[in-house]
Design a protein around this ligand. Structure first.
Ligand SMILES: O=C(O)C1=C[C@@H](OP(=O)(O)O)[C@@H](O)[C@H](O)C1
Ligand SMILES: C=C(OP(=O)(O)O)C(=O)O
Length: 442
């Protein structure tokens, strides 16, 4: 990927102001390319996130036979059909993207050819067994390095056995891998998730004409079922703004006194809005305006003003609806009045970095007091000056953007070792923040 890009961020002298739009939703963008490649016909995608992670998925689907082009109007994908992808001539490099690697594993499991997948140093350290263990039940074979890490070889099957699987961890990536394998399996695929996770795969499969049955599980969670082999028909997709990206300008506006911003067209899928709920509980001056349906997804405009935040207790079962937002929420908690407890964050340990440890380090380096008790993070709340630290981002875009937000509200400048990985999910982040008046000198 890009060379290292260090950045020093000083306090924003004035509040943020103005209207903006964040790039397209990363989860929906990956899925739109994958499902369009599996569909029969031509799909147009508008608003696709053109970040490095999604571009890796586009390259992989091209290597598997789909024709994918883009122009100023959007992206066009000529699909191959379920079961009709072709053996790639070279290694599939999924870069920094866990979503790309995990979801594609499901697709490759039920195609009758052999492929090899790798990624960057961060992705090569992340656990793949969570998908290879269940997907082995289809009859596909996986050969991984170092107890389940990439690179891995996948020998798929054209006669996949359908899986019936209860997720041991709350993971939309694992759920999606199993459902995608089920598209070309012989019979009923069933996934049970004890806690509901983002349902973009289910929603988009329906959009492409697949029958997906979803029923509630006793005691919470959901059962998701589909019958293979099935066919997908090309359908155009409009990608909403990514709530996980909106989190950064949003929290910055809440923390910088005098701010008043509107982020337009943000996706409001209820399985993604845990951060907004939490910020409201903290007393944020945040309103969601113009709620509407765009391209089949609920979207709205986030209107945020500088706020006096107070500490919060976030329950563990909220984690799946805001899993990528904890680093920036922890930053907000460091500026809040009174302590916060963020519960049940074990999944943060297996993201692009060990995000639990790295978030604690980010805050401590800048004068905040933080404790970890089991999988809970306790942030003491503001008591003295903040900032002045050096932040190590470990190839993790969310840490880099969280450090920028911390720096914009800090008393002393924050040094960030590398902001290059922001390109994976939020191209143009610094420019967007500066257009709102952040005054970051790159
Ligand atoms: O399915 C998806 O698109 C995603 C699911 C989440 O990961 P897990 O499934 O590991 O929780 C999230 O962290 C990731 O950024 C995107
Ligand atoms: C965890 C993330 O992504 P992925 O798992 O796709 O690398 C993220 O974007 O915060």
């Amino acid at each position: 990927m890009q060379s290292t890009r260090p950045l020093t961020v000083s306090a924003s002298l004035q509040g943020l102001s103005g209207h903006t739009r964040v790039p397209g939703d990363k989860s929906i963008s990956h899925r739109s390319l994958m499902l369009a490649a599996l569909a029969e016909g031509t799909t147009q995608v508008r608003g696709l996130l053109e970040g490095e992670d999604v571009l890796r998925t586009a390259d992989a689907m091209r290597a598997l036979g789909a024709r994918i082009t883009s122009d100023e109007k959007g992206w066009t994908i000529e699909g191959k059909g379920v079961g009709q992808l072709s053996e790639p001539a070279d290694v599939l490099d999924m870069g920094n993207s866990g979503t790309a690697a995990r979801l594609l594993s499901g697709i490759l499991a039920s195609h009758p050819f052999t492929s090899i997948m790798t990624g960057d140093a961060s992705l090569r350290s992340r656990p793949m067994r969570r998908v290879t263990d269940p997907l082995s039940g289809t009859g596909a074979q996986f050969l991984t390095r170092d107890g389940g890490r990439l690179p891995m070889a996948i020998k798929g099957t054209g006669t996949a056995t359908p899986l019936s699987y209860r997720l041991p961890v709350a993971s939309a990536q694992v759920k999606s891998a199993i459902l995608l394998a089920g598209l070309n399996a012989q019979g009923r695929t069933v996934v049970e998730e004890p806690v509901a996770t983002r349902d973009h795969t289910e929603n988009m499969l329906r959009h492409f004409g697949v029958t997906v049955d979803v029923s509630p599980l006793e005691g919470g969670g959901r059962r998701i079922e589909l019958t293979g082999p099935t066919r997908l028909s090309a359908r155009d997709v409009i990608v909403p703004g990514d709530p996980s990206s909106a989190a950064f300008p949003l929290v910055a506006a809440l923390l910088i006194p005098g701010s008043d911003i509107v982020i337009e067209g943000v996706g409001l899928n209820p399985l993604r809005t845990g951060l907004f709920t939490t910020l409201l509980e903290m007393g944020a001056d945040l309103t969601i305006e113009n709620e509407r349906i765009e391209g089949g997804e609920k979207v709205g405009d986030l209107h945020a003003r500088g706020s006096h935040l107070k500490g919060v207790d976030v329950p563990a079962d909220r984690a799946p609806s805001m899993i990528d937002e904890y680093p920036v929420l922890a930053v907000a908690c460091a500026y809040a009045e009174g302590p916060s407890r963020l519960r049940g964050l074990e999944e943060l340990r297996v993201k692009e970095s060990d995000r639990l440890a790295a978030t604690v380090a980010l805050l401590e380096a800048n004068g905040a007091r933080v404790d970890v008790e089991g999988d809970d993070v306790i942030v003491a709340g503001r008591s003295g000056t903040l900032g002045g630290g050096i932040v190590r981002t470990h190839m993790d875009h969310r840490l880099a953007m969280s450090a920028v937000v911390l720096g914009l509200a800090a008393d002393r400048a924050v040094q960030i070792d590398d902001t290059a990985f922001i390109e994976t999910s939020f191209p143009g982040f610094v420019d967007l923040m500066n257009a709102l008046g952040a005054g970051i000198e790159a």
